[in-house]
Design a protein around this ligand. Sequence first.
Ligand code: PLP
Length: 458
Amino acid sequence: MKQNLKNTKLNVELTKDIINENFISAKINSRGREDKDDAFFIADLSDIVRKYKTWKRELPRVEPFYAVKCNDNAGVLSVLAELGTGFDCASKAEVSKIMGLKVSPSRVIYANPCKQSSHIRYAAKNDVALMTFDNISELHKVKANHPNAKLVVRILPPDGTKAQCELGMKFGAHPKDVPKLLKTAKDLGLNVVGVSFHVGSGCYDPTAFPAAVASARAVFDMGETAGFHFDLLDIGGGFPGQKSAKISFEAICGPLRSALDAYFPESKGVRIIAEPGRFFVASAFTLAVNIIAKRAVVGEEIADDYTSSGDVEPKFMYYVNDGVYGSFNCLLFDHAEVVPQLVHAEEYADEPLFTCSIWGPTCDGIDCISDETQLPEMFSGDWLIFRDMGAYTMCAASSFNGMPKPRSYYVMQDSAWVQMQQHMNDVEMRPRTFSSSKCPMKEFSSSPHAESEVHVDI
Ligand code: PLP
């Protein structure tokens, strides 16, 4: 019997995002895609411009250095470079990518406390001076490979942070161990310029940043005692970025602003930077996947020949063309929660829902995206979309089983383009990836609602 209860109807509100939906529909029926059933991302670059404006409003004293590891997509990096953000790089390849955008090395922090020697030499060769450390052996490596580096000691934030991914078990010196690190740095003739921390990625605890800022203040005093003059505070990443985040960015920023003003008042002249990743990109990306196969299960049995008039309600297994070895690696590594949605869900509003599971395309049983969810009956060839898929998804995807990684199609609304142009006129340090006379997003101008897009291979 099909379910027909009130709460088994699709929540159409969840999927309201007309501009991008029109784009997704257009792409599904699209021109220019090699295999029409390939999974793909729609990247709304306007969302990144909006995030930048939100950052400036909420944290005007804090310079964002975008964490490249979170999503190194070419469109993302270009827009952020144009907006004038800095970049947090974790490796030689990431530094090289940012240098390729003609960003000044002064806008880069090499924020990995445990670096490969040859990567440190690469940073030195490219004049990237700012870098973090949290252990003595790193200091010896820096002395040997980049003696003029400007070092930032990464501390362990106070216990008890609530975050999607904790980092404290791997990185950060306990403040009680900092004096020893600073003495070693002094003995080696190295220059330590400040303090950094990371409260954990996807932090949903509004007390975490203020507690870490207070702890950093105490470490600044240790710096003075050791004979350094610290003038840089790096408050790391951890800011929420998904539309579905447990806590808003604003709720994190209020107490953080107060703590910065209390412990690092503007009058003291300390430069404050941050390393946000998820915040800038999570909500900008929507993934569209194609249902490539379907099975029906009745009771314990596979029953592809079930009849809709039968007494027992079938469950469905849908196989889609991206999975945990691809973009959905976020389920394993990022502890993400993903929700399947339908393009133009209003068209399904009166359809009954069925219990179903959603599987990735590889031959591995672990490749399961959702073991139980509710959807109207779908068919091979139909599409599902997943929003909030910009952070820690494509950057860690593999092509296991030969499965292709989804391409990204970029969208930018005219209003965001104009804002970006205005901003570029206001800032001096811009690498000019985009010429101000021609908007590359205009290349494939389409509907009046979703004005422009550019397509870049990934
Ligand atoms: N900085 C460092 C050193 C990190 O390790 C990470 C993420 O792991 C980030 C910044 C970005 O964190 P988030 O995406 O939570 O802002």
